[in-house]
Design a protein around this ligand. Structure first.
Ligand code: ADP
Ligand code: MG
Length: 225
């Protein structure tokens, strides 16, 4: 039996008929690798990503995760499995370890250090005040917190758009490493250079519809200028 897609969207619409944010969208995201969702501002990228862990609910159509209609899944359980990193890092009061414990109350220092390592931070950050981290460090702390539930998928919504180039490059490497270690990543960007650096697969949106999709070479090949 072929592997079910990571996510599939069957005639999915979001928003009222006169203001569709996604409009009868049909798409499949592959089970492995790094999929980049790209397209102009307002094209529906965040809406599509938020559908994947039920932060958003379709007004019509079906969203499946590995073949199962996600309305059949418990939302909290789904969100532990399908984790998300947002455009701007939002940390909770306290130190970084406190932040990790928001996601996993059982998280001890050894586990915390391991999570930080996967997010590109050394263990000295465990006791740093989360409110005093730089933008790049805070985003990595948020990535570590998202990893604390042992997710099987990582959704990242323009995770580098608030970061400088150096911090962005670090985060791109971490995204790639997650994929190499077996966790598929769905990464939203509006930056074409980032798409070309990162993507195995692409889904290009325009006006709430699929513009192109597929393996990166295939989907971008004839778009080359
Ligand atoms: P993107 O992430 O590609 O910039 P979004 O998915 O955020 O696009 O938004 C798609 C469209 O839906 C935009 O026109 C946006 O203004 C609108 N929109 C986004 N969120 C909401 C919301 N919660 N309610 C109504 N309209 C929204
Ligand atoms: Mg967005």
């Amino acid at each position: 039996m072929p592997t079910a897609p990571l996510f599939s969207f069957e005639s999915v619409s979001v928003g009222p008929p006169d203001a569709r944010r996604l409009d009868g969208l049909d798409a499949q995201l592959p089970a492995a690798g790094l999929t980049v969702i790209a397209g102009p501002s307002g094209s529906g990228k965040s809406t599509l990503l938020r559908l994947c862990n039920r932060l958003e609910v379709p007004s019509a159509g079906v969203v499946r995760h590995r073949g199962t209609d996600i309305t059949q899944r418990d939302s909290l359980q789904l969100r532990r499995e399908v984790a998300m990193v947002f455009q701007r890092p939002v940390t909770f009061p306290g130190n970084v370890l406190d932040n990790l414990r928001e996601a996993d109350p059982e998280c001890d220092e050894a586990r915390g250090a391991e999570l930080l390592e996967r997010a590109g931070l050394d263990r000295s950050f465990l006791h740093r005040d989360a409110g005093e981290l730089s933008g790049g460090e805070a985003q990595r702390a948020c990535l570590a917190r998202s990893l604390a539930t042992n997710p099987r998928v990582m959704l990242m919504d323009e995770p580098t758009s608030a970061l400088d180039a150096r911090a962005a490059a670090v985060l791109e490497r971490l995204g790639r490493r997650l994929v190499d270690d077996g966790t598929p990543v769905v990464w939203v960007t509006h930056a074409e250079e980032q798409l070309r650096r990162l993507a195995d697969h692409v889904l290009l949106l325009d006006g709430g519809r699929v513009h192109r999709s597929g393996a990166v070479q295939e989907a971008l090949g004839d778009a080359e200028r």
